[in-house]
Ligand binder design. Structure first.
Ligand SMILES: Cc1cc2nc3c(=O)[nH]c(=O)nc-3n(C[C@H](O)[C@H](O)[C@H](O)COP(=O)(O)OP(=O)(O)OC[C@H]3O[C@@H](n4cnc5c(N)ncnc54)[C@H](O)[C@@H]3O)c2cc1C
Length: 469
């Protein structure tokens, strides 16, 4: 809700009402500790934004999928009664190659698909390396220094001889991290893979990260959590600065100052960098935040009268290895019969080119690609919607922030998420399970709230119950 006056004093302030901040506040609330959530935007959900369109479909401009091992998000879905449904993957998938070859396939990939066997071998090797990473302190494993000093690009150039396998791996990196392989370190890729439980968990649809969607949109659990917190969630209130003293913090906003015992900062790294901390943050934390760079991603939804591609035996899933703006396409239609929806992901270098075009040119580029894939009907949508995440004032990119090469080893151990006195850190970027995902955001909020309960010696006795020891 939006209030005119802020309370002058609360036990805990949470900065940010994305899944991480809501999770921290809800965990405290369940333990009987009131927390005031200050949110900059005029809505909750952060990088999750569901919209009901004029065609009557719900589109998720940000995060949308949930997988079977994402127990924190599934727990919220159950707690708040938010139904999910399987991602549509029935029918033949498509691959469009840089040389114009369009291949139709079912299963792992087309027969004799270029580079597929070498791709599978390379991902198995990456899984093997990922198992050596300690997800609670990635910079500490024996090979961390070498892996963090190397980009994924240089690793792939050295280890994967087949150029088509490298093209597949490059698209995988774009698809999962929304960056180019030259922009992240091998260590970050291995950590992230380990935090999800393996490369297939990141890449696959069925029984993996892309398994299911929310009937009412992925924002529904966040909206339900915010309703549970009621007046404790205050919108339209960016936190400008945080002063820390021996016995508490002062959280400053244009609406006034709130005194609190502790604060949870649950904002993406670029937004954290925009908050002034007095005294300044320890060097490792300051550098970690500065060197955590958001990925570049846009999602484009194209709505049709019906999912016409299904009649032609196509799943709507396509991977594009050439110069098209879109890298991957999925069928994002609602669960019930009615309009058909294709979603296209534009990321990395593709986004950097495509986002410089004006609106009509961006639309034309996407529709031209969909027409190459699915035929002339793809050029006649009833609705076209796009969200370019680097232009979002608070997220400033997506899906998540990636530490630049060298940052894990130089600053990770103490800069990643260690509390700075009375300041605690949440946000998907601080998660050791499903880092970068909604699930990681929720678990990070639980962890940050747990730090506060432990520091204040509050034992949790069940929902709403607690006692001081
Ligand atoms: C296009 C896209 C697709 C994605 N797909 C998926 C997916 O399918 N599945 C999945 O699990 N994840 C997906 N993700 C990732 C997922 O959205 C994020 O991991 C998750 O939402 C991060 O939650 P968070 O709470 O850590 O951060 P955020 O959601 O960014 O929340 C931070 C909040 O802090 C607020 N804020 C910022 N600065 C201030 C300030 N100074 N004062 C007060 N408030 C402030 C922001 O407005 C925001 O509400 C996707 C992300 C994007 C962008």
């Amino acid at each position: 809700m939006t209030v005119t006056a802020l309370p002058s004093q609360v036990p805990v302030v949470v900065v940010g009402a994305g899944y991480a901040g809501l999770s921290a506040a809800l965990t405290l609330h369940d333990a009987g500790v009131p927390a005031l959530v200050l949110e900059a935007a005029d809505r909750v959900g952060g990088r999750i934004l569901s919209q009901s369109t004029s065609s009557g479909v719900v589109v998720d401009h940000g995060g949308q999928w949930v997988g079977p091992t994402q127990r924190h998000l599934l727990g919220w879905a159950e707690r708040f009664g938010c139904a999910t449904f399987p991602t549509w993957d029935t029918g033949a998938h498509l691959e469009l190659w840089h040389d114009g070859a369009l291949r139709r396939y079912t299963g792992e990939g087309p027969d004799g698909a270029p580079g597929l066997a070498e791709y599978v071998a390379a991902t198995a090797r990456l899984d093997e390396l990922a198992r050596r990473v300690d997800t609670s302190d990635p910079g500490s494993c024996p090979d961390a220094a070498a892996w963090d000093a190397e980009t994924v690009e240089s690793y792939l150039s050295r280890e994967v001889a087949c150029p088509d396998a490298r093209r597949r791996l490059a698209l995988a990196v774009q698809g999962v991290w929304a960056v180019e392989p030259r922009e992240i370190s091998l260590l970050h890729l291995l950590f992230y893979t380990a935090s999800a439980g393996g490369f297939d968990q990141l890449m696959q649809t069925r029984n993996a990260a892309q398994d299911a969607r929310f009937v009412a949109g992925a924002q529904a659990p966040a909206l339900a959590a915010a309703r549970r917190l009621g007046d404790a969630v205050v919108l339209g209130t960016p936190v400008e600065s945080v002063d820390q003293g021996g016995d508490g913090v002062l959280v400053h906003t244009a609406r006034g100052t709130v005194r609190a015992g502790r604060v949870v900062v649950a904002t993406p790294p670029p937004a954290t960098a925009g908050i002034r901390f007095r005294p300044g943050l320890p060097a490792a934390r300051a550098r970690w935040v500065q060197r955590s760079v958001m990925g570049d991603v846009a999602k484009v939804h194209v709505v049709y009268a019906e999912p016409f591609w299904r009649n032609e035996g196509l799943s709507g899933i396509a991977s594009l290895y050439g110069e098209d703006a879109v890298g991957v396409v999925f069928d994002n239609s609602p669960p019930d019969p009615g309009p058909g929806v294709l979603v296209g992901f534009v990321y990395g270098d593709r986004l950097r080119v495509w986002s410089t075009l004006d609106g009509p040119a961006r639309r034309a580029a996407v529709l031209a690609t969909l027409t190459r894939l699915f035929g002339p009907r793809a050029g006649e949508p009833v609705e076209y919607l796009e969200k370019i995440w680097p232009e979002d004032p608070w997220a400033q990119g997506g899906y998540a922030a990636n530490p630049t090469p060298g940052a894990w080893v130089a600053h990770g151990s103490s800069g990643w998420r260690r509390p700075c006195g009375r300041i605690h850190w949440a946000g998907t970027e601080t998660a050791d399970g499903w880092n970068g995902y909604i699930d990681g955001a929720i678990s990070s909020g639980v962890r940050a709230a747990g730090e506060i309960l432990a520091a204040e010696r509050i034992a949790v006795t069940g929902e709403g119950g607690s006692h001081r020891s």
